[in-house]
Design a protein around this ligand. Structure first.
Ligand SMILES: Nc1ncnc2c1ncn2[C@@H]1O[C@H](COP(=O)(O)OP(=O)(O)OP(=O)(O)O)[C@@H](O)[C@H]1O
Ligand SMILES: [Mg+2]
Length: 411
């Protein structure tokens, strides 16, 4: 029997706090044991703005996941977002000394340490260090130089920076709920692990996670993250526009959006839906066409802005680059089709890729970050975690490098 461990992912979203508990086998197979999902309070645009309400949401989501899994949860990998996150490219050089020319893991650590020694904006820390490329004695395109011979090792990395106080508040909420934070993960990195196929990561892909309060953009090419951006816009903006435009409550606007909003050609544009306006005792009616006239411009604006930001990472310009959409906001009917038209690229709706044991409930674009955290956790555990020590030696490729650094740079 193969060894297994329990891993818990917690997505601190603006719309919902989601918890997924899974048994992860030594070979990476996941079996989901329990779920928790509650509406989130006190989290706006990915950031904790109300400590007690956020704490209560985390507690409730965890309690639900504990009930459904029958396990007491002790520690989690948590995903966080917000437009404070930013990417910074950096390079490091390390010259080998001594007789041996073989590149060791220590050489790698050293060169990455040099690449991380950059001036950071005040109040920011390096949350992730993602290698892009290694160059050995002038020869580039090396993904893993360990074991190769050479003298001069260069590393090109993408540093993901986050605002310290925002990150610490997120960690604090989770800790206050009685959980140990094993890793705080920039949400789209987790999403990438759950939703992207190997071929997409290699050939080039723009991942967009349209949540309630944020839209995260991640550009990958040749297996490496090249660029990232977070827009402080998402599905909640559409709901707000409907609420203002139709003079209905936010709850009613949300329901109207989920039940009836579409960007696809309406079969009957004159079809009418009942609404109850604020301060009115009687229902009024709104047509499908009116709904669309409010929703569509907002979505197009969001998609345009997101694309503009994606193109800042020049790799997104490559014609072969596809687009994968995740997050609840992306499930709006007709959104993927609209994106395909606007971007003139192949666009697909992403969801956690099929894994043994994943229930149908998780095959949903809204669960990609949470499920991604399980993959992330698996890769972070490393070989030492498996009791029988038969574990394979670490994981390779992109995920291996998604180090969540809880430390300030230089420590
Ligand atoms: N079927 C649907 N049609 C349109 N919008 C939807 C649908 N389902 C969910 N949404 C929207 O998706 C958004 C929530 O997405 P998601 O659960 O991914 O957000 P989140 O991760 O909690 O937020 P964020 O990532 O911004 O912190 C909400 O604005 C919700 O209205
Ligand atoms: Mg999200």
């Amino acid at each position: 029997m193969s060894a297994s461990r329990i891993i818990v992912g917690l997505d601190l979203g603006s719309h919902r706090v989601r918890v997924v508990v899974a048994e992860v086998h030594e070979d990476g197979r996941l079996k989901v044991l329990g779920l928790g999902t509650v509406p989130s309070e006190g989290i706006r645009k990915g950031i904790v703005v109300g400590f007690e309400p956020a704490l209560d949401s985390v507690r409730r989501s965890v309690a639900e996941a504990e009930r459904s899994s029958g396990l007491e949860l002790r520690s989690v990998f948590a995903s966080v977002t917000g437009d404070h996150f930013r990417a910074l490219r950096s390079e490091g050089v390390h010259a080998k000394e001594g007789e041996s020319r073989e590149i060791t893991p220590e050489d790698m650590e050293q060169v990455v340490r040099v690449a991380r020694s950059v001036q950071l904006p005040p109040g920011f820390r390096i949350q992730h260090t993602l290698p892009i490329d290694f160059v050995l004695d002038g020869r580039g395109g090396i993904k893993d130089p360990v074991g190769m011979d050479g003298v001069r090792l260069q590393a090109e990395v993408l540093l993901i920076l986050g605002e310290i106080s925002v990150l610490e508040n997120a960690a604090k909420v989770i800790q206050k709920a009685g959980l140990n934070v094993e890793g705080l993960v920039f949400s789209p990195l987790a999403t990438a692990l759950a939703a992207l196929q190997e071929a997409e990561r290699e050939e080039g892909v723009v991942l967009m996670d349209i949540g309630a309060g944020t839209t995260e953009i991640l550009v990958l090419w040749e297996g490496a993250v090249r660029h990232t951006e977070v827009l402080p816009l998402g599905g909640a903006n559409v709901t707000r526009d409907l609420s203002i435009g139709l003079n209905v409550s936010l709850e009613d606007a949300e329901r109207l959006k989920l039940d009836h909003a579409t960007l696809l050609a309406a079969r009957d544009p004159a079809q009418r839906f009942a609404i109850r306006q604020v301060g009115q005792d009687e229902d009024r009616y709104v047509t499908a066409e009116t709904l669309r006239s409010i929703v569509e411009p907002r979505i197009r604006e969001l998609l345009d802005l997101a694309w503009e930001r994606a193109l800042k990472g020049e790799h997104a310009r490559r014609p072969g680059t596809g687009v994968v959409l995740c997050g609840g906001g992306a499930t709006l009917r007709g959104l993927a089709e609209t994106a395909a038209q606007l971007y003139e690229r192949s666009v697909r709706l992403g969801a956690p890729l099929q894994q043994e044991g994943l229930t149908a409930e998780l095959q949903d674009p809204r669960y990609t970050p949470t499920v991604g955290l399980l993959h992330y956790g698996y890769r972070r555990l490393g070989s030492a975690a498996w009791s029988d020590a038969r574990a394979k030696s670490g994981s390779r490729g992109l995920a291996r490098w998604l180090h969540a650094r809880g430390k300030r740079q230089g420590k």
